[in-house]
Write a protein that binds this ligand. Structure first.
Ligand code: SF4
Length: 342
């Protein structure tokens, strides 16, 4: 027989717990759709602890959607650096400009309309619509998928199970308090119904949970076996001129780490180095620096780092002061740090 949950009683139990124990987060102290949207974009694939200081810095630098839309992309990327998944920052900027240009600076109020904005997928649209505008939209992120899969002991493996889990999540969503419900179910997944060691003993919805009754909560959600992740290797060249300036080049706007600056490298794409760089490198013997390793979503990269010291001067390269204001990825920061160790 299929497991049944009384959605009304379930919502009451969850919301009562949230009222007492909900996490106190900076973006929960406001109804401003701009702040809520900004926090939700930052929270995609990133933990609350990491996002908090970035959110506060962004709100201080760009307190309104108008301020963000007006800012140069370079400044936005610079403030974003270290947060990863840089396409989010580019979409953030594009989205702010669209909201200003097409909606007079007012975010659209439904999940369906929000989904048409750059960088706003179904999850973010539902989160903003429910939290900022009170629409009964269902938020479904990794945390929610896990909670639902355990409540109902869903045997279908992810990713195939996604639609089934979404439909079950929709049935449980509160029609009267959708914003609080969204916060409550995400908090439950993040703090109690955790991937390993779910805290079923203190769970406010344990009475509704099929997995805790069966004693196999931690084995949900069921997942197809993962393929081994790909390993890639390359060499990065940190080239200094006689005055300590560094040669950096800007990555194309689109694609991985798009728009950020980098030292030339043979990286993950196996593209040959530009001939100008090859001739600079050929002038001097490089010094080997500690290799660095960085894990992306779909592969892990090890870069050998070569430090090249030229005797010539290149006034148009990046000096230490400009470097502080140059948007760099975490990968490139590691490369530059490695070059500084020798
Ligand atoms: Fe998750 Fe355990 Fe609560 Fe079930 S009882 S929802 S498995 S924490």
């Amino acid at each position: 027989m299929k497991h049944k949950v009384n959605s009304h009683v379930f919502q009451e139990a969850l919301l009562a717990h949230y009222a007492r124990h909900g996490r106190d987060l900076p973006w929960r102290q406001t109804n401003d759709p701009y702040a809520i949207w900004l926090s939700e974009i930052m929270l995609q694939q990133t933990t609350v602890a990491t996002v908090k200081p970035y959110f506060l810095r962004f709100m201080a630098a760009f307190p309104t959607v108008f301020a963000l839309a007006k800012a140069p992309l370079h400044d936005v990327l610079h403030l974003w650096q270290g947060l990863g998944y840089y396409s989010r920052a580019r979409n953030l900027h594009a989205c702010a400009q669209k909201v200003v240009a097409d909606y007079n600076g007012q975010f659209p109020q439904t999940a369906a309309a929000l989904r048409t904005l750059p960088g706003v997928g179904p999850y973010t649209a539902a989160a903003v619509a429910s939290i900022a505008f009170g629409e009964a939209a269902t938020v479904v992120d990794g945390n929610v998928l896990r909670v639902i899969s355990r409540l109902y002991r869903v045997q279908t493996e992810l990713p195939q199970a996604k639609r089934e889990l979404e439909q079950l999540a929709e049935k449980l969503t509160s029609p009267t308090h959708p914003g609080d419900y969204a916060g409550a179910i995400m908090d439950l997944g993040a703090t109690i119904c955790r991937p390993r060691n779910p805290q079923c003993g203190i769970c406010p919805v344990a009475a509704f949970c099929a997995a805790v009754k069966a004693g196999d909560a931690a084995s949900y959600p069921r997942k197809a076996r993962k393929k081994a992740s790909l390993e890639k290797h390359g060499v990065a060249y940190v080239i200094y001129d006689a005055e300590g300036r560094i040669y950096l080049q800007r990555r194309p706007e689109k694609g991985l780490l798009g728009g950020l600056w980098e030292a030339p490298h043979t990286g993950w794409e196996n593209t040959p180095l530009p001939s100008r760089i090859r001739s600079l490198i050929a002038q001097e013997k490089g010094t080997k620096c500690p290799p660095i390793r960085h894990v992306f979503t779909h592969f892990a990269l090890t870069l050998d780092v070569q430090r090249i010291q030229l005797e010539s001067q290149h006034p148009n390269w990046i000096g230490p002061t400009e470097l502080a204001a140059t948007p760099l990825s975490t990968l490139m920061r590691k490369v530059l740090q490695s070059a500084e160790t020798v």
